[in-house]
Design a binder for this molecule. Structure first.
Ligand code: SF4
Length: 467
């Protein structure tokens, strides 16, 4: 079984999709790296299956061009993306490894309607010199920004000997019982095999800061989202109403204002939705995002994390670390035992997993036992089983943005149920729900797996043709 770090689940990138934007971006980067030292004068990009069907709406074509030009999704200035893409289009030229080659995205990025048998998200990259093939590579985008090159094994570089190898929920129960440690403590010891304590601390801080900047940008930005559906941003108005005129000049001040305000149930409820909307509006606008576990579902974990940070007693970054270790590990368990790709398993694999991650993280920091943490994750997923992926117009906007608010609320409810319950009484356990999600994924009709051929994506344009 693959060895994953929580930093594989929380990746910093650019919206709107981890499988359709971040994955193809990384494939473009890998391909241009493998072209180093080779002479070539032509490039072709072939997209298949879900990558093709929702590729335009998910900015797959943009992402692969940015990857081929060597831009890093973690550090690129998101403000510059449209200028770069416009330059490639106008000049009909790509700059790869310091060489300019003729490239017309219109004809050299080919959207094939059919899927290849290997994987629903497949792309083939080809390089030529005077019409002769120089390099051809096939990549699969596995969800959550993970990619796999055909012929290679997943995570082949990660031969890591962990003190606590975790493949199932049961492993966590076993280790926590034997050591009398929490899930976060077990995960911490595993993480030390991937990077130093200092790097882990800095990495968690960076994830938290990136999530905060993303929410803050979302609550301070107005207007219409790109893509043609004319979806209006809502987080800013919600924030303005909730802030009731309180001033702030940066993200930290804003967060402290919320932390110090008088609160009631309804307001907290609205803040949770506001946090989630803000992230996913930024995601839809190709903003800077932390996958958790994916981009489309990136609002759930921050919404619950900021709920905890603002409205529950906590010790700042130390508790945030415990929250993210636990939720990241739960994301890893779903990736290993099922899927975190909507093209493979529908939205249960994205919003369902993010909700389970958030529920588990929250339960850990609110003092739940390891079995209660897993119980919370199980409850959150149980009530997302079968959730389909049907993004209208191939954009990550309807139903995606609102769906993150629902995932966050279910996570908090699941955590409350687990904290007030006895895991010994639970009939369904974590590993059963992971297996059930996987079984459901395999039996789900392909229309509901990020193809925009079923559900809302089919009905809305028929009933309301202007949508
Ligand atoms: S419906 Fe769910 S899985 Fe599909 S794109 Fe939207 S958030 Fe992602």
């Amino acid at each position: 079984m693959e060895r994953l770090s929580v930093f594989d689940i929380f990746k910093i990138g650019v919206g709107p999709s981890s499988s359709h934007t971040l994955g193809p971006w990384k494939a473009g980067l890998a391909f241009s790296e493998n072209l180093k030292g080779k002479a070539f004068d032509g490039i072709e990009v072939h997209l298949y299956g879900s990558l093709s069907k929702t590729g335009i709406g998910h900015a797959t074509d943009i992402a692969v061009q940015l990857g081929l030009e060597g831009f890093n999704p973690e550090t690129i200035s998101t403000e510059n993306i449209s200028t770069i893409i416009q330059r490639i289009k106008n000049e009909k030229s790509l700059s790869i490894n310091q060489s300019n080659i003729r490239f017309d995205p219109k004809s050299q990025i080919v959207f094939h309607q059919h899927a290849l048998p290997q994987h629903p998200n497949t792309m083939i990259l080809k390089a030529f010199q005077k019409g002769q093939s120089v390099l051809e590579e096939t990549y699969f985008s596995l969800g959550g920004g993970f990619i796999l090159k055909e012929g290679e094994e997943e995570n082949r570089d990660k031969v890591v000997d962990l003190p606590f190898p975790i493949d199932k929920g049961l492993d966590l129960v076993k280790y926590t019982n034997a050591t009398e440690q929490s899930i976060a403590e077990i995960v911490w010891q595993n993480e030390l095999c991937f990077r130093s304590a200092e790097d882990i601390h800095n990495g968690i801080q960076l994830i938290f800061d990136t999530m905060l900047e993303c929410v803050f940008k979302g609550v301070t930005t107005d207007g219409i989202l790109p893509g043609g559906l004319e979806v209006k941003r809502r987080a800013k108005k919600m924030n303005d109403d909730l802030m009731e005129g309180k001033s702030f000049s940066n993200a930290k001040e804003w967060l402290n204002q919320i932390k110090n305000s008088t609160i009631d149930f309804n307001k907290i409820n609205k803040w949770i939705s506001c946090f989630a909307l803000a992230v996913n509006e930024e995601n839809a606008a190709m903003g800077r995002i932390v996958t958790s576990p994916t981009n489309g579902a990136a609002g759930v974990v921050p919404a619950v994390l900021f709920y905890y940070y603002c409205f529950c007693e906590n010790n700042g970054i130390e508790d945030i670390k415990r929250f993210l270790f636990t939720s990241g590990e739960v994301g890893c368990l779903f990736k290993k035992g099922a899927t975190i790709s909507a093209a493979v398993g529908g939205c249960q694999a994205e919003i369902g997993v993010s909700s389970a991650m958030a529920a588990a993280g929250l339960t850990e920091v609110l003092g739940g036992s390891p079995r209660q943490v897993l119980m919370a994750g199980e409850i959150a997923m149980e009530h997302h089983l079968g959730l389909t992926c049907d993004p209208v117009g191939g954009l990550v906007q309807i139903p995606c943005i609102e769906r993150n608010t629902m995932g966050a609320m279910k996570a908090i409810t699941a955590s409350n149920l687990a904290l007030s319950g006895d895991p010994a009484d639970a009939k369904v356990n974590f590993d059963v729900v992971v297996k059930t999600m996987w079984d459901t994924a395999q039996e789900m009709n392909g229309k509901y797996k990020e193809t925009s051929e079923g559900g809302l994506a089919f009905n809305l344009p028929v009933i309301m043709p202007n949508c």
